[in-house]
Design a protein around this ligand. Sequence first.
Ligand code: URA
Length: 234
Amino acid sequence: MQRLDKLLSEAGVASRKDLKAMIKAGRVTVDGQTARTPEMKVDETTARVCVDGRLVGRQRTVILMLHKPAGYVTSTDDPRDQTVMELIPDQYRYLKPVPVGRLDKETEGLLLFTNDGQLAHRLLAPRSRVWKRYYAEHEGQAGQEDVEAFAAGILLRDGERCLPARLMPQGPGRSLVEVCEGKYHQVRRMLASRGMPVTYLRRVSEGHLDLGDLPLGQVREVEPWELWGETEIL
Ligand code: URA
């Protein structure tokens, strides 16, 4: 058994606060009877719950893109630091989106959130070959040998081997890097292993999706086709 307002908020109908008003206004029925209180207990496996006469389906999937500023940790909860969750607008919170992968505290850029576990897994699995592109500022200048080392698979200083990646030098102290996996501090460690410590890092795209002109600290909703291209059906 579950509280009616909890069931409806998890189904993505509205926030708990709005639901209270909707129930009071007589817009919600349970098995044909008008519900009177948000606390009413319903059996979520059998009850036919309708809002304005329409049967409530399962929780709606949401995908969000944040332009993460530096200074926020990618975590749902942290005793010391501000978390990326604080940047999610209230209107999405009841859908319970969580970050897909992570960006370091000091890294800026594109961070996805979703409440769809399968989608998150698909985006993160290296075999899905979802390429993540980073703009990096670093010491030194990347050259052809570095490009080849990235393409062959960088051996990190701790002996861990990365999958083949792409390095595109952009002039002194600036490069684009593309990787299709997400090891801890990966891009920083890859460039450091070639003697080019990173001073600034921003993720600019993930799969087909890029940051575009989304302002720093802002969130927007993403349609599934934006991730995979228009032809692929989820
Ligand atoms: N690689 C890093 O080093 N840091 C990030 O935040 C993401 C990729």
